[in-house]
Design a protein around this ligand. Sequence first.
Ligand SMILES: Nc1ncnc2c1ncn2[C@@H]1O[C@H](COP(=O)(O)OP(=O)(O)OP(=O)(O)O)[C@@H](O)[C@H]1O
Length: 257
Amino acid sequence: MTDVLSLSDIHKCFGNVVALKGADLSVGEGEVVALLGDNGAGKSTLIKIVSGVIEPDRGSIAVNGSPVRIRSARDAMALGIETIHQDTSLAPHLSIGRNLFLGREPVRLPWLGPLAPIDFGQLRDAAASLLRRVGITKSLTAQTPVNALSGGERQSIAISRAMQFAARLIILDEPTNNLGVEETRGVLRFVGEMKAQGHSVLLITHNVHHVLQVADRLVVMRRGEVVAQQAVAGAGVLDIEGLIMGVDLTAEEPALA
Ligand SMILES: Nc1ncnc2c1ncn2[C@@H]1O[C@H](COP(=O)(O)OP(=O)(O)OP(=O)(O)O)[C@@H](O)[C@H]1O
């Protein structure tokens, strides 16, 4: 089967800092891949390249088997790649409804092109149904500004936006950072739902327990390279922590003589 995303030999320097030195990564169709690694390993840089925030110095990217160049967030979205960054990439002063569409609002009189007016009726109906679907039961409406929401609720809105546009690949950059227990559970449930609906997910996390709960495969980065990968099925916490540290934590200590 063709990979939804395939990165090969990606290099990126920031001045004298070598952030990526030949990283390779693939994500299969309907696969949940967890990307792990110590601080500074290059995970965010790799994700920024896939989401069009920065361009690589060298290397190739293929989406569904076709070589692509991703020069902007718009390019990434057009290829079916939605990224939910740590700060959730929402516009806090805009309403939930506007945030659910950001730049892709339904319009009346579409033949007017960029001058076509937003269809607020359709936007509010779609937003109301999404709010129900993500389980936000508080008395919120499509018009509520995003800055009135909790961190978890904002995360849910960002995830629903990715789901609604039927992204081929959803990238979550440390999505459970700063979230409470219930909200974290919600995010992990979403990952499961996305997989069930055939989306592929790339999940950046430091939480080994989350990897065990939702990922199919884990990929470990160290100093700008992918240094290990393996299927999650059958792996335990010590196996994964050992892979991240590059040490076999499961080795039996010999008994004292
Ligand atoms: N814009 C930048 N300018 C200079 N150096 C940068 C920039 N972005 C990243 N780096 C450096 O590149 C390296 C990789 O950083 P990156 O943020 O990709 O790591 P990470 O694995 O995502 O780490 P973390 O888990 O802490 O978020 C680090 O040494 C970082 O300091």
